[in-house]
Every structure is written in C-alpha cells, then in structure tokens.
Design a protein around this ligand. Structure first.
Ligand code: UFG
Length: 329
C-alpha cells in the first residue's frame, strides 16, 4: 500500500511526507515543482515531477504504486492572488482536482484526504466556527476549495470512496527537528513575512487593515503549527483505513491572534526591531476566523502538541535563518 501525496515538495506536503515516512508508510510524491523544491522531498519517498491534472500520468501512478490513499495538497493558496486571477485558481484548485478524483474513482482508490481551508466559511457569524456553520467564502480561493468539498461529497455518495476534508486555519512554523519549513519564494503569509523582516531580508512590512471590528483593529487568525496539522492527516488516514466514514473537520487551535500581536511576538522572539507600516485592507480578507476543534478531537482523536505561538515563531525564524544555504543547494 502506498500513499500518493500531491504537492509533496511544498511546505505542508513536505512535512506530510516526513510524518508518513516516520510512520513506515511507502510514499509517492507528485509535484510539478512550481513552488516546491526537489530537496524538500525526503529521499525515502519517490518523487514524480508532473502535474496532478495530467490524467494519464496519474492513472499510471495509481496503478503502478498500488495507491490506497491520496493526500491532495497541490494547490494555489494566496487569497489576494485568487482575487486577481480567479480563473487560474478555478483551473488549478477545482478543475484539476476533478480530474484527480476521476482517476481515483477509475483506479478504485479507496481513500482521499483533501486540504481544504477555513476560507470556505468566509466571514463566519460565530467564533469559534464549527464545521456545520454556513459556508460562504468571500474570495475565489475559498470558492475554488469549497467546490472540491462538494465534489468529494457527491463522489463518495456515488462510488466506493471515503474521504476526509480538513479545513486548515493559518498554517505556520516548521518541523521541530529542523528538517523542513516554509521555503516558498515571495511568500505572502504573515509569519513568514514578519520573520523575513526581522532577519533583514525585506525592508519592514505592512499591516493590511487596522480598522476591523477586532480588539486592536487588525485581523484575527488561528495559527496552527505545521507538524500538528500533518498529524491530523495521519489520524484521518488511520480512521479511513479502519472503515471510518467521510468527514469534514477544522484543524486549528481555537484561539485567535491579531496581526499586531503576531508582529510583536516576532519582534520579541527575534530581538529585532523592524519598520511596520499601517496600510489599508487587503482584498478578500475576513476580519476574524478561529476554529472550533471539538469535532477533530472527538472523531479523529487529534491532540495539539505545539499550540504555542512563541514556539511557532521560533521555528519559523530558525528555518528562515538556514534557508539561503538550502536554496543555494
Ligand atoms: N497580513 C499583513 N501583512 C502581511 C501579510 C499578511 O497584515 O505582510 C495579514 C493579512 O492581511 C491577514 C493576516 O495577516 O489579515 C493573515 O494573512 P495570511 O496571508 O498569512 O493568511 P490568510 O489569512 O490570508 O490565508 C491563510 C491561508 C489560507 C487559509 C486562511 C484561513 O493562506 O489557505 O489562512 O484563514 F484559508
């Protein structure tokens, strides 16, 4: 039995591969290396360079490696980019996912784990948000992912396939053993940007919006450490293989930090001061989004181990410090 990890050369996928290998699984990675790196794939995994929308290639891999589960990470993930390029997001995140699911059904792959997102909720009315809350995404990114959740539900009803959709909140931090971290060039995510500013890799940073209806006016997010996140997939895989039915779960800690609090933490942990400019709102940003994790605890038995913003920031800083050497090969 082999697990196919799409996007396994990327930030979260790379951590997933480590976790799977640590658990003794056989792993095939399918990645087009558009944002991922060959070196980010642990050597014990088989890396196939290609696109998950390539039906012929996927059909061949599923049969050749006797894949029993697909963990699908490969996606475009930048909210403002999705506002500027909606068709690119619907093509990559939605249309190609349809193709992947078609191949999964044809090959009789029994299980799929899908990287969904808190962005499917849009601007939730209640906080923390539960999975049964209305889905009302406010940007193309969220809609491109929500459509895949819908496809999965329909496919699971029609075919012999069970799935877990995991709605990630804001993923951050790095492997506590220092083997992997966020390496994407031109990354736009808050902790990555703040850490780069702290290390002098960029000239300060901006806070996008200080007039939100939140305690300090900046947006609130639930930052989930990447190893805790990938462990949720291990819990999901175990449950699906044991016969558990299809399910959708939030993955977050249930606590929000504001953009200004995160920046303060990065300054404190790094000991570096940097220029922070207060700017206008960024397109597509909800004011506040915090997870209820009651369902994933109850149904998957998931337990956070790294719920500590200071530790998350420290890991991100450590990884960023060593990154140039890795990128240079
Ligand atoms: N932010 C800044 N300055 C920056 C970068 C970000 O102020 O330089 C702010 C954003 O405006 C936002 C917050 O920091 O308020 C977090 O922004 P990120 O870009 O780090 O993350 P997003 O919340 O936009 O999106 C992330 C993931 C999505 C996921 C979503 C769930 O990219 O996949 O969290 O909330 F769906």
């Amino acid at each position: 039995m082999t697990v196919l990890v799409t996007g396994g050369a990327g930030y979260i996928g790379g951590h997933m591969v480590l976790e799977l290998l640590d658990a003794g699984e056989s792993v095939v990675v399918l990645d087009n290396l558009s944002t991922g790196f060959r070196w980010a794939v642990a050597p014990a995994a088989t890396l196939i360079e290609g696109d998950f929308g390539d039906a012929e290639l996927v059909a061949d891999l599923l049969a050749r490696f006797k894949v029993d589960a697909i963990i699908h990470f490969a996606a475009k993930i930048v909210v403002p980019e999705s506002v500027a390029d909606p068709l690119g997001y619907y093509e990559n995140n939605t249309a190609k996912a349809r193709s992947l699911l078609e191949q999964a059904v044809k090959a009789g792959v029994p299980h799929v784990i899908f990287s969904s997102t808190a962005a499917v909720y849009g601007e939730p009315e209640a906080s923390p948000v539960v999975e049964d809350a209305p889905t009302a995404p406010i940007n193309p990114y969220g809609r491109s992912k929500l459509m895949v959740e819908w496809m999965l539900a329909d496919v699971a009803a029609a075919h012999k396939l069970t799935y877990t959709a995991l709605r990630y909140f804001n993923v951050a931090g790095a492997d506590p053993k220092g083997r992997s971290g966020q390496s994407t060039p031109n990354a736009t995510h808050l902790i990555k940007v703040a850490v780069q500013a702290a290390l002098g890799k960029r000239q300060g940073m901006e806070v996008f919006g200080t007039d939100y209806p939140t305690p300090d006016g900046s947006c609130l997010r639930d930052y989930i450490q990447v190893t805790d996140l990938v462990r949720a997939h291990m819990d999901a895989l175990r449950r699906l293989r044991a016969g558990g039915g299809s399910i959708t779960c939030n993955v977050g800690y249930g606590r929000g930090y504001s953009v200004l609090e995160v920046i303060d933490m990065v300054k404190r942990v790094s000991g570096a001061d940097f220029d922070v400019r207060l700017s206008g709102r960024r397109a597509g940003d909800p004011a506040s989004i915090v997870a209820s994790n009651a369902r994933i605890r109850r149904e998957l038995g998931w337990r956070p181990r790294h719920d500590d913003l200071e530790q998350i920031v420290r890991q991100a800083l450590d990884w960023e410090r060593g990154l140039e050497k890795r990128l240079a090969g």
